[in-house]
Ligand binder design. Structure first.
Ligand code: GLY
Length: 360
């Protein structure tokens, strides 16, 4: 994977890597970073720890700088952009430049907090912007967002940022975690007071199904919340994680939606996110040390989906294949996804003891 990261950095595509064709290694990019561009910066920052290479950290800082313009975008997914695309470079590499960018992102996110409803709404410039108003929330808006605000509170001493992070996470437990421990991606709420109106999905198979990334994002988001801002949020994280472990198919890689049937396309990125969450929770929750073994075996399986170095060059070796971005719209249903790479790489470094997963 390090070789793939170095290859992309050596011949950078124009824009932010989003997903890639696993035959040619060619990236499809976005001009503004969409919600995914920060993972490229996060990958470079992690690679600099593993590779000990200033060029890699320089690349991470460059990505963070390019993201600055997004600090005021009206999207809750700024948590993805600014925590993974800048905060990680500060946390693992003590980059002052990345710290400034991450603080700008946190400032922008905090300005979008709805104090009557107690959360940051999805936002009119979010990926699903054509379908939402000011009363929409997504579980995908918890990972990164809560950690970024809580990290910024620690850096600046602004308690209000930590309060917002806690409230945002708690609202999403209420909106998205079902009674049985499965997770629903999206919720409509009353922006005047936060009352839940209905649950539904943007990317899942149906409103009642369990989209694999919804489950995985919840595990990660609540695990980050438990570490960064509110230890009580370990409970919903564990509920979602136990459901994941119970429902993961024998092949140890989830299909894109748990209700899509055994022959549906796999989404390796969902399993990579879930592994990263389990590694955090194994450290945070004394009753769940076995999560580390589950994560390790999921990661071992995911490694079988990584294109081997002996048959490829830097452009095509080290890619995590079989990511499924958006099957309902037919986009990148069998591809390398930049966030799948990020969470697999992060999990590998955690398992090797190179980084402490709870610090992220
Ligand atoms: N919006 C985040 C995702 O598609 O996973």
């Amino acid at each position: 994977m390090l070789s793939r990261i170095r290859g992309t950095l050596a011949e950078p595509p124009i824009g932010f890597p989003h997903y890639a064709d696993t035959g040619t290694g060619q990236w499809t990019t976005t001009s503004d970073g969409f919600w995914t561009g920060g993972f490229w910066g996060g990958l470079l920052a992690l690679a600099s720890v593993q590779g000990g290479d200033q060029k890699l950290m320089g690349g991470a800082e460059e990505v963070a700088t390019q993201l600055t313009a997004r600090a005021t975008s009206d999207t809750a997914f700024r948590g993805f952009l600014f925590f993974f695309g800048a905060g990680v470079a500060h946390l693992v590499g003590e980059s002052d430049r990345a710290r400034e960018v991450a603080l700008a992102g946190a400032e922008g996110l905090a300005a979008s907090f709805n104090h009557n409803a107690g959360l940051i709404p999805l936002g009119l410039q979010a990926e699903e912007a054509d379908a939402v108003g000011s009363g929409a929330a997504n579980i995908d808006a918890v990972p990164g967002t809560v950690a970024l605000l809580a990290w910024a509170a620690r850096e600046t001493g602004r308690q209000s940022f930590a309060d917002m992070a806690r409230a945002h996470a708690r609202r999403h437990v209420e909106y998205c975690l079902r009674e049985d421990g499965s997770v629903c991606q999206s919720a409509e709420f009353d922006p005047r007071d936060g009352t839940l109106v209905r649950r539904y999905t943007h990317k899942g198979l149906s409103d009642g199904s369990t989209w694999a990334r919804a489950q995985a994002w919840a595990m990660l988001g609540f695990a980050q919340a438990a570490h960064w801002v509110d230890a009580e949020l370990a409970e919903p994280a564990v509920t979602a994680a136990d459901w994941w472990i119970e429902h993961l198919p024998a092949g140890r890689v989830a299909t894109w939606d748990f209700d899509a049937g055994p022959d549906a396309p796999r989404d390796t990125s969902a399993t990579a996110i879930a592994a990263a969450a389990l590694l955090r929770l194994a450290d945070l929750v004394p009753s769940r040390p076995h999560y580390r073994d589950h994560a390790a075996s999921m990661v071992a399986t995911l490694c079988q989906f990584v294109t081997p170095t002996e048959v490829g060059d830097q452009r095509t070796s080290g890619m995590l294949t079989s990511g499924c971005f958006d099957p309902k719209r037919g986009v990148a249903t069998d591809a390398e996804l930049v966030w799948g790479d990020y969470f697999l790489f992060e999990s590998l470094l955690s398992l090797q003891g190179v980084i402490n997963p709870t610090a992220l």
